[in-house]
Design a protein around this ligand. Structure first.
Ligand code: SF4
Ligand code: SF4
Length: 189
């Protein structure tokens, strides 16, 4: 595929600066050593592993970055961040890219992952921790697959590995405060 980088840079002017402002990271510092990708546990499944995401960002290839499945498969494990010799918080960059992609409605191909994020965070907001059964059932219902993995869930419950009912943590107020702070930050952007 032929890409006119000059035209792309012109069309996506400001994109790199927006990523920098959102993540606080200067991806221009990346010198493509590949350590982030070498340690990434889900890099094998990504269309654009972390090293390539960094390079695509440097080239302002916005569509390639924001339409990639990589930013959604990233589990925020931060292995890449701890390995980077340039101290770039790549996990933080991935987070910012997910937010940008979602705001631009670029979630069609990864709708299921986006829904999982919503259900997962909803559980944390409500209980202060994840209620696995509720998250699984919530995701199944929202993806119209009510009985998906029902056998696995039943097995886990019978072995006491998954609780039927949710329980709340003690510091519930702190969780509410964190969610409020995040909402304020979003509104200020
Ligand atoms: S934070 Fe994301 S990109 Fe980095 S190593 Fe973990 S899964 Fe891979
Ligand atoms: S580890 Fe850091 S410098 Fe190396 S490729 Fe990844 S982001 Fe770039």
């Amino acid at each position: 595929m032929h890409i006119n980088l000059t035209a792309v840079a012109k069309a996506n002017a400001g994109f790199l600066e927006r990523v920098k402002a959102a993540s606080g990271q200067d991806v221009a510092q990346c010198y493509q050593c590949g350590k982030c990708t070498a340690g990434c546990p889900v890099g094998y499944a990504m269309d654009e592993p972390p090293t390539r995401i960094m390079r695509l960002l440097q080239l302002s290839l916005k569509d390639e970055v924001l339409n990639s499945n990589a930013i959604w498969l990233c589990s925020t494990c931060a292995t890449c961040t701890t390995r980077c010799p340039k101290d770039i918080d790549i996990a933080g960059v991935m987070d910012s890219l997910r937010i940008m992609a979602k705001r631009e409605g670029r979630i069609k191909a990864v709708r299921s992952i986006d829904l999982f994020n919503d259900v997962f965070l909803g559980s944390v907001r409500k209980y202060g921790r994840v209620h696995e059964l509720g998250v699984g059932m919530g995701h199944n219902l929202r993806t119209y697959k009510p009985f998906k993995d029902a056998d696995i869930g039943t097995g886990l419950m019978l072995k006491g590995r998954m609780k039927l009912l949710p329980s709340k943590i003690k510091g519930q107020g702190e969780i509410a405060r964190i969610f409020n702070e995040v909402r304020k930050l979003e509104e200020a952007e």
